[in-house]
Design a binder for this molecule. Structure first.
Ligand code: ATP
Ligand code: MG
Length: 595
């Protein structure tokens, strides 16, 4: 797990205001200095002028979240979304959602739609500021011609191998291309031919003319346009040259009047190039100052998951999981089906903070956030996941009565619900044993326990099948011990177990999900697929109290003693619920021996 530290838990007060960090300091300094006050927020010739709602108020910041629509968003993206949208919210600014769609082969509308849904689900609103880098293709092209005219870009006709060889290395400076000094007119003609479709993929590349001897390889005449005869999900066949990330990104930021362009650390070495393009265009009058500032922060590295899009696609395509929204996937659609809430991601983002130093966050930090949030919002219900019958021999067979269970122990305002009681109940198999180990206070012959919200019962024995498996447990109840009635607690017992009246129970499929990988850093020592946790999904048939029978889709509950569960978005139906376990009540991984 490299030389970085793993952060296990860090618990500021949950209601604390957003903690300060180095990005906030930069923003506050800029606001205090009125850095963006000079901005007119209109600007020519950028499309910003035509953006509806471009604010006249200069005392605002603009951030952006720029996903490439080539996969589903994952937990790492949630960090970036909470950061960018959170800053805009806290400083009264705007956060743009911009699709960085410059790579036609890998991009699809399906991904665009899923990204829009995921950002909305996280509770953020781009307020009309939805953009696409492909909206700027025409501007970028015009700016490229301008750079050619000013001797700042040229068409290179070396092969890809020649270009690679002449780029040099960290140890060795690069060599100038033989095409580097082409006259501007010839460069313009060639670029126009490239755009017009005259040339095959790879025949020419437009490059910025910077410095082949720069110690920063990114500045060694980086590519701006490549020929790609490929249809784009938005522009169709209009273009057969596509801008590179470095060329498109900073210019898109500037055209949108982004003030703080926040990205992950691997772009630190690209910052001089980001600035070079924007500075040259500002000098030429194409862009207006102040230019956006790129700021890098450490990406989220999370244990027990993979966050690389390539690996996520592999998991889906090779069917190691049931699609992008498999509840075990670290995608946001997966987390949603798993029962995680948007608020738990907000809490997580707040808790992990932002920094310049790479570190690993232990998955339990996220699970704790989910528990904390669900503890607040989820009503309590009773579920028996591994049922065995408990027969109360002295309770009349045809009698039933009502018990009352609070919906939330800390929130009496949420009221109580009726839990029916009868002579045959379902209890957990592990709540009975014939041979109790030391410290076992649940059912065993001769011992008494309280049936939670009901009566005290005394175990009298059990029935077994031919193989010795317990098929029913027998007991007798004490009629004057019903919870909530006067004198009920006269009889003191140490054990307290949950139960469901067998004739009233609802039978339902419950999926017990666990972590998808069994080691903290999948793929570190062998192929990441070999680190998959074979026990990450277990489907059981459980008995649930009747009150959950009509659970609404995505309704979340705490099943007492078991954890937090959600009615599955896809498969659950009112009357026939299906539940997914979001998280257990306690972390069983940190304490467990290595698996
Ligand atoms: P790739 O570029 O390999 O396709 P990516 O994960 O960087 O993958 P993008 O769509 O480019 O995907 O990401 C959109 C934004 O999310 C970027 O600004 C990126 O920096 C940020 N981001 C991606 N992964 C993480 C992460 N693990 N932690 C924080 N931010 C992330
Ligand atoms: Mg990226």
């Amino acid at each position: 797990m490299s030389d970085t530290s793993t952060i296990k838990s860090k618990k500021p007060a949950p209601q604390a205001p957003s903690a300060s960090n180095f990005i906030r300091s930069i923003i506050e300094t800029d606001l205090a200095a009125g850095k963006h006050a000079a901005r007119t927020w209109g600007g020519k010739p950028g499309p910003a002028a035509t953006h509806a709602g471009a604010p006249p108020d200069p005392a605002k910041i603009r951030t952006r979240f720029p996903p490439e629509p080539n996969g589903y968003l994952h937990i790492g993206h949630a960090k970036s979304i909470c950061l960018n949208f959170g800053l805009a919210r806290d400083y009264g600014g705007f956060c743009h959602l911009r699709f960085d769609d410059t790579n036609p082969e890998k991009e699809e509308q399906e991904y665009v739609d899923s990204i829009l849904d995921a950002v909305r689900w996280l509770g953020f609103d781009w307020g009309g500021h939805l953009y696409y880098a492909s909206d700027y293709f025409e501007h970028l092209y015009g700016f490229a011609e301008n750079l050619i005219e000013r001797g700042l870009a040229y068409v290179d006709s070396q092969s890809a191998e020649e270009m690679r060889a002449n780029r040099g290395s960290f140890a060795e400076i690069g060599k100038n291309s033989p095409y580097r000094d082409r006259p501007a007119a010839e460069n313009l003609r060639l670029l126009r031919e490239m755009r017009g479709g005259t040339h095959a993929d790879g025949a020419h590349v437009l490059r910025a003319k910077i410095d082949m001897a720069s110690p920063n390889i990114n500045l060694r005449d980086p590519a701006m346009y490549r020929i790609r005869h490929a249809a784009h999900h938005r522009t169709g066949d209009k273009w057969c040259i596509y801008p590179t990330y470095d060329w498109a990104h900073g210019v898109s930021d500037a055209l949108e009047n982004i003030t703080h362009s926040i990205c992950t650390l691997e772009f630190e070495d690209h910052r001089p190039l980001y600035d070079w393009f924007n500075e040259r265009l500002a000098e030429g009058g194409q862009l207006q100052r102040p230019l956006p500032q790129q700021i890098e922060f450490a990406r989220l590295n999370l244990t027990y998951v993979v966050l690389s899009k390539r690996k996520l696609i592999q998991l889906v395509e090779e069917k190691h999981v049931d699609g992008w929204d498999d509840p075990r996937m670290p995608t946001l659609v997966g987390a949603r089906r798993r029962g995680y809430t948007p608020e738990s991601f907000h809490l997580f983002a707040e808790r992990i903070g932002v920094s310049k130093a790479d570190s690993w966050i232990d998955y339990s930090v996220l699970e704790d956030c989910v528990r904390e949030d669900l503890n607040q919002r989820a009503e309590r219900r009773i579920a028996v996941l591994d049922p065995v019958k408990l027969v109360i021999d002295n309770y009349p067979e045809n009698q039933e009565e009502e018990c009352h269970a609070p919906n939330h122990p800390q929130k009496p305002e949420l009221g109580k619900r009726v839990v029916p009681f009868s002579n045959e109940l379902w209890i957990e198999r592990e709540d009975f044993t014939e041979t109790p180990p030391k410290g076992y206070f649940r059912l065993f012959p001769g011992n008494s326990v309280r049936l939670r919200y009901g009566y005290v019962v005394k175990c009298t024995g059990c029935e077994k099948d031919a193989r010795g498996n317990v098929t029913a447990v027998h007991c007798e109840y004490a009629p004057d011990t019903k919870s909530g009635t006067p004198g009920a607690d006269k009889v003191k017992v140490k054990g307290n177990i949950h139960w469901i009246s067998a004739r009233h129970a609802c039978t339902a499929e419950v999926r017990l999900y666990d972590r998808l990988f069994k080691v903290p850093n999948p793929g570190a020592e062998r192929d990441f697929l070999e680190d998959l946790n074979p026990d990450s999904k277990k489907i059981i048939t459980a008995r649930l109290e009747p009150a959950v029978k009509n659970a609404k889709l995505e309704e979340r509950f705490q099943f007492e003693r078991h954890g937090y569960f959600v009615a599955d978005l896809r498969d659950s139906k009112p009357g026939a619920p299906v539940f997914n376990r979001a998280v257990t009540l306690r972390d069983s991984w940190s304490a467990a021996p290595k698996r």
